[in-house]
Design a protein around this ligand. Structure first.
Ligand SMILES: O=C(O)CCC(=O)C(=O)O
Ligand SMILES: [Fe+2]
Length: 311
């Protein structure tokens, strides 16, 4: 658990202490909880409430905002539309995604990049759009702080990563995991084993639990819900930047409510600029430590992962 109290702004006294704690977590498993993050419990509660109202809406309301695989990856996805782990069954989850609104003449929309485009807001779910937009703004502030602290933990200037992020491709993803059926087997997951693809993920989950993280020794541990906190995890860009020093660990979701309850989570992915070129940061590679992976742009990695899991 990392307490962000007195470290949310650049001149605050606990900035370096917290950066050290992030370093320790990032070198171990790339997952940590944050408290003292400054986001109101009431806003999180409202975000969960509008998401629940959406997922419990009639099918036609949800289908009207269906995500198009060839589109901007915004809108509704049915059960089975994604398979995060190719060795498992399709994910047992419904999803809804939105992001920053990009006009039709935005250069990245014109280039056809997924993740950039117009949101598909559902009809008849009161306060849905307002709440999602407010939640995105708030969590994005936290995410910027975490990117600064991450840079500090690597002895870089605090704006190092942000400078690469001219056109962010962030996504807010609302998730709804129905109970698993009696036919569920060892390959049945709400979300199959995967790493996240971007930079930083900020996750709020309900009281059901079910998120599991794979440690470096291969064992799985539960990331149980802790009231008032977020789970933060590092995505694939971080091991690329640090040349393997910091990790983006595998994780998965199983709805363990014994066939009774839906599980809900709200996930904000800080996914960076599609044209940002990702290569090891200064000092992360040397003759003794050659690059583990070739450089790539954020967009190349994202497109490959979308094809792999929605294909
Ligand atoms: O629902 C969760 O707890 C995790 C979801 C997740 O890992 C993802 O969407 O990438
Ligand atoms: Fe994930």
């Amino acid at each position: 658990m990392i307490d962000l109290t007195d470290s949310l702004a650049p001149d605050e006294p606990r900035r370096h202490v917290v950066a050290e704690q992030i370093r320790a977590a990032a070198e171990t498993c790339g997952f940590f909880y944050v408290s003292g993050h400054g986001i109101s419990a009431e806003l999180v509660r409202r975000q969960f409430a509008v998401a629940k109202q959406f997922f419990q809406s009639p099918t036609d309301v949800k289908q009207a905002v269906s995500s198009r695989p060839d589109g901007a990856m915004r809108g509704y996805g049915t059960i089975g539309s994604q398979t995060l782990d190719a060795a498992a069954h399709d994910d047992i989850k419904e999803s809804y995604q939105c992001g920053w609104e990009c006009a039709a003449d935005h250069p990245y929309v014109l280039k056809g990049y997924s993740s950039y485009g117009q949101n598909l807001w559902p009809e008849g779910v009161s306060d849905f759009r307002e709440t999602c937009e407010l939640y995105m703004e708030s969590v994005n502030d936290l995410s910027r702080t975490l990117l600064q602290l991450l840079a500090l933990s690597l002895e870089l200037s605090e704006d190092y990563f942000q400078k690469l992020n001219v056109h962010p491709s962030d996504t807010l993803r609302l998730l709804w995991y129905p109970p698993h059926s009696a036919k569920a087997d060892s390959r049945t997951f709400g979300a199959g084993k995967h790493t996240d693809w971007g930079a930083i993920t900020i996750l709020a989950q309900d009281a059901n639990g079910g998120l599991e993280i794979q440690m470096r020794d291969g064992s799985w541990v539960s990331a149980d819900p802790v009231d008032g906190t977020f789970v933060v995890n590092l995505g694939d860009m971080i091991p690329r930047w640090t040349n393997g020093l910091y990790h983006s660990n595998f994780h998965r979701v199983i709805n363990k409510s014994a066939g009774r309850r839906n599980r809900q989570s709200v996930v904000f992915f800080t996914d960076l600029d599609f044209e940002a070129f990702i290569e090891p940061i200064p000092g992360a590679q040397s003759a003794d430590r050659p690059p583990l992976l070739p450089p790539c742009t954020v967009g190349e990695h994202m497109v490959a992962m979308v094809q792999k899991t929605y294909g």
